[in-house]
Design a protein around this ligand. Sequence first.
Ligand code: NAD
Length: 479
Amino acid sequence: MNIKNYINGSFQNPIDNQWLDNFNPSNGEVYGQIPNSSKLDVESAYQAAASAFPSWSKTTLEERSRILIKISEALEANLQRFAEAESKDNGKPVSLAKTVDIPRAASNFRFFGNAITQFSSESHDSVGQDAINYTLRQPIGVVGCISPWNLPLYLFTWKIAPALAAGNCVVAKPSEITPMTAYLLGEICNDAGLPKGVLNIVHGLGTSTGQAIIEHPSIKAISFTGGTSTGAHIARVAAPMFKKLSLELGGKNPNIIFADCDYDDMLDTTVRSSFANQGQICLCGSRIFVENSIYERFKTDFVHKVKALKVGHPSHQSTNIGALVSKPHLKKVKKYIEIAKEEGGSILCGGHQVQLKGYENGYYLEPTVIEVKSDECRVNQEEIFGPVVTLMPFQTEDQVLDMANKVKYGLSATLWTNDLKRTMRMSNQLQAGIVWVNTWMMRDLRTPFGGVKASGVGREGGFEALRFFTEAKNVCIKY
Ligand code: NAD
């Protein structure tokens, strides 16, 4: 199936007629083509967005809200179709796409459709000066949204929905590795009555299509989720043009387990936080630290549970671990398993590519647990972003805090303990944008979402996202 760009409400071939292959990770086969859009396509998308802006930015909040909620409902009505498309494009189990990815994409539109009706700005009474200041929160204009392949529609819509709700027009690019559901979204937007040009979706490589978006002098804000090195590049390009930037980048998140936790709950959740979506979630707890007194027990129980996970075709109901997203990514993850061995790590389970009968060319890998000797080894420091976790014991709170923080990243951290004082002490000191205590990836869309250090700049979610997608203008009136 061939994908087209969605520009000015219609589906268009790339102007230069350049195309890329789209692979199905479950069998390694090419199953369609996608535009490799050039500057010309990005310019056309920009022009459509710029033309739509004067009218869209003046649409009443009720009307914007109504359209966004209609998009949400249409996604829900097409759940099965979207879940199957996401799974085929990404390799994730259909069951996961059906329960997490697509429902969350629908929630993103519903949430921001509602949030915009509650978004308000401040006024400041300048007492004694006979003046009042009030703040306008005005849409920026045309904004760029660029998203990665791991949670394709989920993260794509997490940016687009607040951008549109706030009254902006959008030029968006999904990952070239997983473009399908973004393509399907265009149809839904037309059916829901989103005016032409308000949302434009261009497909193609980051280095050409993405680069044209970030370089465009009139695209005044970029919301980006992806790798840390890409984020650094975008910051270098965008900074001299004084663009507003929101960067959600990589992670190497600690999962810290104290002996006083609710053991069974912790064990089940840790299996999920390690391997959900084949470990390809920026929030996965890829470094597991376990208090000495329960280390051996945990190691045995955890490995037992991980061995029971079924690697299988994404469309099979019994599959826990689907295919990795691409051949190069599989190669990268396998390389880290080799690095772990060279560094003296012990592979407690997994470590091998899996050849599924009938799908021998699919990108399958066993969930892998590596016991490491030092928290400073490469597999403990560098983002692998696959079904691979490291395991290490710790003695004291101070020691584990030091190890948890001693990485360049700071996206999320998980803490398992029932000690309230320790919870407070550690949550305060963990260098992360998000700390989960006795749970993982429990999301409330009103909360600020983002990382510190090399995990990013800025926050998404709730009113933070609406603030990002608006410019504050203060008006001072003397009376
Ligand atoms: P990536 O950086 O390779 O690509 C992300 C997006 O950026 C893609 O759409 C890509 O085409 C585009 N891109 C690449 N080069 C570009 C350029 N020069 N200009 C403009 N756009 C460009 O990342 P990926 O491999 O798709 O995703 C995996 C990474 O994303 C991991 O590091 C993961 O941790 C991170 N991630 C972070 C979060 C978060 O919320 N912090 C969420 C999901 C994924």
